[in-house]
Write a protein that binds this ligand. Sequence first.
Ligand SMILES: [Zn+2]
Ligand SMILES: [Zn+2]
Length: 313
Amino acid sequence: MKIVFLGTSAAVPTRERNTASIYIMTTNGAYLFDAGEGLQKQLQIAGLNPIKIKAVFISHMHFDHVLGLPGLLMTMALLNRKEKLTIVGTRKLFQFLKMFDKEFYMDLTFEIEFIEAHQGSVYRNKEIEVLAFPTIHSTESYAYRLFEYKLKRKFHPEKALELGIPKGPLWNKLQLGESIIVNGKRITPEMVSDSPPSPISVSITGDTAYFEQLIDFFKGTDVLIHESTFSRELTDKASEMLHSTTEQAATVALKSGAKLLVLYHFSERYKDVRLLEEEAKKIFPNTVAAKDFMCVKIEDNDINVINNIEKCE
Ligand SMILES: [Zn+2]
Ligand SMILES: [Zn+2]
């Protein structure tokens, strides 16, 4: 799995940072979390194909998280997309897109399946599942947690041969977790392979104030991408504006048992975010402050942060 940061600034874009948007590539598709203004340019620079996006998850209806979406849909139509696109978000998002469709004649070439965000499972296909949890912010807002299920089990050919299963497509079925019948005998995947690897999970806060229940929602996540609008100096401002500080993000990472904390959604007042990263590291050492086009690669339980998108193959 690869996570590409397309926007890491709060509220407004800066010279170095675009507004919030994260692109996650799994084995069979791509998923977009928030769609800040300027998203399409960022996709171009990163060399990412918008057509591959299977579903879009919008945390909430603040400009810095949603303005890039209508343009993205228009581009998908220009590219003659036929595959259905799922969009998860609040009811206001649905109204916003309807308005665009009506006033701008979007003339989409594909169907949009709109799923209203709610606490629990909001999206599922063969490969991934996404859960949502309401956060505390100045408008209805959701954190998301994506699980990628690894279907391929570790296969033991000698056991398969012992049971008289010929090498070929049947092996593949078993490896993917399907049972088969050979010579009238039912063979289950457990008889010839290990149990499936546990899913990888990536959690994204969107915008939120600090609150304890969110920690439970992120329990055991591999990567926690947490908003960090302010430094600890501005803790009062963060509570007032229903955002989080570096220390709060790090506390959530520590208490939820995350493996890696990525800070993003920085106030434009921070030209250099090293200080923010240092503050968080005092509580949760495995922290990195995201920059635009940074990539996090997760492969066989290894999590690597790659600063150069071109090296994120
Ligand atoms: Zn925001
Ligand atoms: Zn917001």
